[in-house]
Design a protein around this ligand. Structure first.
Ligand SMILES: *Cc1c(COP(=O)(O)O)cnc(C)c1O
Length: 475
């Protein structure tokens, strides 16, 4: 999902009717399935009597057929395709509850294996000393990462006899909305470093301007939601090293690698952004993004046990003993964790490389061709994560919202949305290239963009006056 200002989904939701406004209070039943005589069921009340299973199935199945086509959804980062063997495993393991470590010790053991594998992939000094948890997504993982950092800071302040009020956390104004939520939910002041056209990401100088002794952490992003670019984690760490030399203040770094955590180790293996940098204390990623698992999976990994204050860790029983857990949820599906392990076995390093490389090639090809069309200028070209974004170069009587709308008519979901504060006058369009997006589809998309641009040049705007529903959810 795009960043803090506006997501295409929210735009969609804002233009939709409220569910309560549906003109009919009944859902109709296809006569072929209406075997017990009912022709409708109530839409907003629990039916008195149940339906037959195939009737119930048909109603739900038919209704969700109206959702967008996942393969043409270029707006989402989240995995929408897994191979049949993975689907079989998913169906077989839908009943696993991740919290029942005692009842499902092998699922728990596989979760632990995944954590070691990721700690190793991200160069933890000793992967067996790393602490990690699976979560419902990066959002939960970010909350846990931020919470551990807040508690750590409070402990340090107390030990030094200093105030534990007014903690702050630093990230760029292009940060994903979850960090804004973290700040609001856990009462930490968010300090935004504004992105600019020249520096569309967090910079060491920008960080140094806002940090102080109340800064619990700096959070660079590997794969900024708007553009897909990597923020310069190593440079930011180096700046914080200098800051510590001058002031004695030691500020940890948490890397939000929701997308990049499963891209950088394969496409940019020599880029140090992870636990190779001693200042990096924790990292989150979304198993359901470039980890290539269906929705519902994130991971948080800490470089070692000391990075998580003990009072946050709870023990659950496991094989007669106990095992540490740290999470916001209690019960949670275990199947996605097993699917992550399936992918690790199925793909290996080479497989992940091949998949991400293929996505990057499509992103490079598409971004080059879109640049050549003329009225567009790239903000990124898919060289970091396979995501690229562009804006319009000159004034004409149509906007990227018009283009988005025309593409939508062909089934493509390509969002147009404004950049964050201080740059909100710039509207951009973004494409996320994911595993199922083939070169064939890329050619079809290009043809449709060309056709739409020709039509807009000829006929002008569809609805230029329409501004997006920016910031509807946040403020
Ligand atoms: C997607 C994303 C998140 C939120 O992750 P979910 O897995 O959707 O909960 C956080 N940060 C960044 C940079 C993201 O791209």
């Amino acid at each position: 999902m795009p960043g803090r200002t506006m997501s295409p989904r929210r735009d969609l939701m804002a233009t939709h009717q409220h569910p309560g406004q549906h003109p009919s209070n009944e859902v109709s039943i296809n006569p072929l399935y209406a075997r017990s005589g009912e022709t409708t069921v109530p839409r907003y009340r629990l039916p008195e009597r149940g339906l037959l299973p195939d009737t119930a199935y048909q109603i739900v199945h038919d209704e969700i057929a109206l959702d967008g086509n996942a393969r043409l959804n270029l707006a989402t980062f989240v995995g929408t395709w897994m191979e049949p063997e993975a689907q079989r495993l998913y169906a077989e393991t839908a009943d696993k509850n991740m919290i029942d470590k005692d009842e499902y010790p092998q699922t728990a053991s596989i979760e632990d294996r995944c954590i070691r594998i990721m700690a190793d992939l991200w160069h933890a000094p000793n992967p067996h000393q790393a602490l990690g948890v699976s979560t419902t997504g990066s959002s939960e993982a970010c909350m846990l990462g931020g919470l551990a950092l807040k508690r750590r800071w409070q402990k340090k302040q107390r030990e030094q006899g200093k105030s534990t009020e007014h903690p702050n956390i630093v990230f760029s104004s292009a940060v994903q909305v979850v960090w804004e939520k973290f700040a609001a939910y856990f009462e930490v002041e968010p300090r935004y470093v504004d992105v600019t056209p020249e520096r569309p990401h967090l910079t060491p100088d920008g960080v140094l301007e806002v940090v102080d002794e109340n800064t619990i952490a700096v959070v660079p992003v590997m794969g900024v939601t708007y553009t897909g670019i990597y923020e310069p984690v190593a440079d930011i760490c180096a700046a914080l090293d200098r800051y510590q030399e001058q002031t004695g203040i030691d500020i940890p770094v948490h890397v939000d690698a929701a997308s990049g955590g499963f891209v950088a180790p394969f496409l940019q293996p020599d880029l140090p952004w992870d636990f190779r940098l001693p200042r990096v204390q924790s990292i989150n990623t979304s198993g359901h993004k470039y980890g290539l698992v269906y929705p519902g999976l994130g991971w948080a990994i800490w470089r070692d046990r000391h990075a998580v204050p003990e009072e946050l860790v709870f023990q659950v029983s496991y094989l007669g003993g106990s095992m540490p857990t740290f999470g916001l949820n209690f019960s949670r599906p275990g199947a996605q964790v097993l699917l992550q392990y399936y992918n690790f076995l199925r793909l290996g390093r080479d497989g992940y490389y091949q998949v991400q490389k293929a996505c990057q090639e499509v992103a490079h090809f598409l971004s080059r061709e879109i640049q050549k069309m003329g009225p567009f200028e790239l903000l990124s070209d898919g060289s970091d994560i396979p995501v690229f974004a562009w804006k319009k170069t000159h004034d004409s009587n149509w906007t990227l919202h018009d283009l988005s709308h025309l593409l939508r008519e062909r089934g493509w979901q390509v969002p147009a949305y404004p950049l964050p504060q201080r740059m909100e006058d710039t509207t951009i369009m973004r494409v996320v290239v994911r595993n199922s997006f083939s070169m064939d589809l890329a050619h079809l998309l290009l043809d449709d963009i060309k056709r739409a641009v020709d039509q807009l040049d000829k006929d002008g705007a569809l609805f230029s006056s329409r501004r997006p529903h920016a910031k509807t959810f946040h403020h």
